[in-house]
Structure formats: C-alpha cells, structure tokens
Design a protein around this ligand. Structure first.
Ligand code: NAP
Length: 316
C-alpha cells in the first residue's frame, strides 16, 4: 500500500532552514506562485513567512484551505475579514517576541540619543585624531520621559525597560489599561498630551486603518524640539514625507526606525541621508532565540489548524 499523501501547504519562500526542518517530510510545500496562479487548489494550509499580502482573491484560489499560519504577531498584510468570512483561523505569534522587540526599541533609542552610529563611523574614520570632550554630544536617556503609543505586550516590555532607566512612563491606547503593575507607574494620557510631554515617543501599535499615518505633520509639530521618535511598530504608522521634512529642518532631535513606509525605502530616498536618523532593516524580533520560538509557535498553529483544532494563538 502506498503511503497517504502529505498535506499540501503553500508557503512564501525563501523559508529558513529552521522552519523547513520542522515541515520536512510532514507536508508537501507548494510555492506561493502556485496559489497565485490557481494551481494549488488542493492545498489545506497557508504558511505566511515574509509578509506577502493575503486577501479574498488569493483565498478563493485555495478552496480547501483549513488554516493560515503567520510567522509573526503583526497580521496587517492579511485581510482578516476575508479569512473570517471563509471560516479560516489565522494563527500568529504574540508574546514570544515581546522582549526582543522591546530590546530593539531601546537599542534604537539609545543609539539615536547618544549618536552611536555617527560615533561608530567617526571612531573608524580618518578624522578621529584625538579625544575631544566637545564632540558628538547627545541627549540624556535616564531620568527622562517616554511616551508609549500602544501599551500592549511589546509596549509593556518597553515600559519595563524604561523603568530600569529611571524614565517616567506615559502611554496612550484607545482605552486605559487596568491590569498594569502598580510599580510601573505608567500614566494614561491623550495622544496630544503624550506628544507634548515626551522626550521619547515609541510606537508599538498594530497597523490598522485607525493607526495608518497616526503620526503625521500635525503630530510631529506637537513634539518637543529635543524629542526622539522611535518606530518599532509598522512603517505606515508614520507619514514618511512628514517625518523626512521634520528631520531635514531639525524640527525634532532624531528618529529611530526599525520599519519604514515603503519598506525598504528607495535607496535614494531623502530620509536616508538625514544624519539625525538611525535606521534598522526591520530587525525587531530578529534574535536566534526569538526566531526559534516564532518558528515553533507558527508551525504548532499550522498543525493544530490542519487537525481542525483550536490554534494556540489566533488573530481573528
Ligand atoms: P498588542 O499586545 O495587541 O498591543 C497593541 C496595543 O496598541 C494595545 O495596547 C492597543 O490598546 C493599542 N492600540 C491599538 N489600536 C490603537 C489605536 N488606534 N490607538 C492607540 N492605541 C492602539 O500588540 P503587540 O504584540 O504588542 O504588537 C504590536 C505591533 O508591533 C504588532 O501588531 C506588529 O505590527 C508590531 N511588531 C513589530 C515588530 C518589528 O519587528 N519591528 C516585531 C513584532 C511586532 P487598545 O486596544 O486599548 O487601543
């Protein structure tokens, strides 16, 4: 008797060896293009790795699908309503990446405040002849005020780190949280108050219709001239043109971005030539340990969905 065929799962590539190793010999992996071309009708799973768009049009080409599993917590590239309308659970990976993403937020904040990247280039370059106490003065980080826009799982980890730096915490969500540890002493304020009072504004909201361009010209105008804007959420939460204009005229002290809109920016984009910008190529959760945890959780969601069981983490 020939063995039962493996369940067919569409995935975008290149998948890392970490994930491939978990899928090998357990599923028949089909390329994303097969789904786009309507040649994966028998697929029962969709594994989403690098943020390709998933909407009703694609899902209609996959009539036998039982589950969508996303490698990551943010699901803004998936039209959840389209998946829900087709009774498809969408798995994601909340929680396991909070610490790594918050660490990156703080790394960016420290780098921007203390001119670390400019300093690194200077220390390696030909102009560093002797120590001068007057060069590359930055901004103090400890003892300042941070404003967290979106104090959820990642935002809370940012707040915990801020506490360790003796930084006062303001936050803005659509509604105040009632479950925060008292020791954190986080003050709930309006977005306007947060922008006016914060030395550092850190964005940790999901990308939704409501948060698209949440930070534009009017919001940047409310910020202190000494303020630093840190985006570890999604690029479109910030209006790129407004931020570029503000940095060019030094309206705020600096911006530190893990994500941009578009992503990546065109190589000749004026934002990339701003000295008061620190930028990373979307590295928020990119540690070996967190990537493993994300792979394990997303693959577990896939198995559970294929078996018709509730997912461990479901976004819709
Ligand atoms: P979460 O736990 O759901 O937290 C999101 C917070 O945002 C919630 O507290 C929510 O509070 C608030 N919020 C939602 N809509 C809002 C609005 N319109 N105005 C103000 N606050 C709003 O999510 P998380 O796990 O922390 O992840 C947040 C996002 O980070 C993800 O969706 C993803 O896009 C991004 N992320 C980026 C990276 C990276 O590599 N840079 C890594 C991981 C995640 P209310 O519901 O009370 O408003």
């Amino acid at each position: 008797m020939s063995p039962a065929p493996l369940p067919a799962v569409v995935a975008d590539d290149p998948l890392p060896e970490l994930v491939l190793g978990m899928l090998r010999n357990r599923v028949d992996c089909l390329p994303w293009q097969a789904a786009v071309d309507g040649e994966a009708e028998h697929a029962v799973g969709l594994y989403v790795y690098g943020h390709p768009p998933v909407d009703g049009e694609l899902l209609d080409r996959l009539p036998n699908l039982r589950v969508i599993s996303n490698h990551g917590v943010g699901v803004d590239h998936i039209v959840l309503a389209d998946a829900t309308a087709r009774r498809l659970p969408v798995g994601n990976t909340p929680g396991v990446l909070d610490g790594a993403t918050a660490d990156m937020g703080f790394a960016l904040l420290l780098a921007a405040a203390r001119k670390l990247i400019v300093g690194d280039h200077f220390a390696r370059g030909p102009d560093f002849g002797s120590y001068d106490p007057g060069y590359l003065l930055g901004r103090e980080v400890h003892g300042q005020t941070i404003g967290i826009v979106g104090l959820g799982r990642i935002g809370l980890e940012v707040a915990r780190r801020a506490h360790g730096f003796n930084i006062s915490v303001l936050y803005h969500n659509r509604r105040p949280r009632t479950d925060l540890p008292e020791s954190l002493q986080a003050e709930y304020v309006s977005l306007e108050q947060l922008l006016r009072r914060s030395d550092f504004v850190v964005l940790t909201v999901p990308l939704t219709a409501e948060t698209t361009r949440l930070i534009g010209r009017d919001q940047i105008e409310l910020m202190k001239p000494s303020a630093i804007l840190v985006n570890i959420a999604r690029g479109p939460v910030v209006d790129t043109d407004a931020l570029t204009a503000a940095l060019r005229r030094q309206q705020i002290y600096a911006a530190a971005l893990d994500v941009t809109d578009p992503e990546p920016l065109p190589r000749d984009h004026p934002l990339l030539s701003c000295e008061n910008l620190v930028i990373a190529p979307h590295l928020g959760s990119a540690t070996e340990q967190t990537r493993r945890a994300m792979a394990e959780l997303s693959v577990e969601n896939l198995w559970l969905g294929l078996a018709g069981k509730p997912l461990r983490c479901q976004a819709n």
